[in-house]
Design a protein around this ligand. Structure first.
Ligand SMILES: [Fe+2]
Ligand SMILES: [Fe+2]
Length: 202
């Protein structure tokens, strides 16, 4: 299954907030770089469509964790925080955060994109929350999960240390698992689910 077809399936998991969700999605698809943006300038999924691939991968893992550990959390919540935790990486409507790097020598070193100086700087998680809440009403737990999804890797996130909602912990774990195990193709001893997920993201 391609990333795009799985993404289209995941959209159908949202029912309670379908109307504002659809509005947000169509704004993202038509006015931002959501479908084409890389996930980073030089690290994980620094390629066209990398952000969507990462976001779908995180949502897949989050849904698996939910099923195993927290079935009381809705699938809708998981899809919203999974797909949109890094949505700040699109920049703003009409102003993408990542631009193709025009410095040939940097591209040769693997730095394929550069930051757009026209985008007002702010933390990525904060921009994600800012964009989402313009369109979607979020629960406090969903807002905390998006805002603090990097966990204690970020000093400013200390304010929620030991006070994370279950959704925040699961999103953090799904995000780091996706970026550092699954996207890096680290082999886990032939676990069949792992290889199935690999196919979904390719
Ligand atoms: Fe992130
Ligand atoms: Fe992420």
């Amino acid at each position: 299954m391609t990333t795009l077809s799985r993404y289209n399936e995941l959209k159908t998991y949202v029912s309670d907030r379908k109307e504002p969700f659809d509005e947000f999605i169509s704004m993202l698809e038509y006015e931002t770089s959501w479908l084409t943006s890389p996930a980073s300038t030089r690290f994980h999924l620094s390629e066209e469509g990398g952000l969507l691939k990462h976001s779908v991968g995180v949502t897949e893992h989050l849904l698996k964790f939910r099923q195993e550990f927290a079935p009381a959390i809705s699938e809708e919540s998981c899809v919203i925080v999974g797909l949109f935790h890094d949505i700040g990486k699109v920049g703003m409507p009409g102003t993408p955060l990542y631009l193709p790097n025009d410095k040939e020598w940097e591209v040769r070193k693997g730095i394929r994109y550069r930051y757009n100086p026209e985008v007002v700087p702010m933390g990525l998680a904060l921009r994600s929350l800012y964009l989402v809440t313009k369109y979607l009403p979020l629960s406090s737990a969903e807002a905390q999960a998006i805002a603090y999804h990097d966990g204690q890797y970020i000093d400013e996130n200390r304010i929620v240390a030991h006070r994370e909602e279950p959704l925040t912990l699961l999103l953090h774990w799904a995000d780091y698992w996706t970026a550092h195990v699954y996207e890096e193709r680290r082999v886990l001893g032939g676990d069949s689910n792992y290889y199935q997920l690999q196919r979904i993201a390719s």
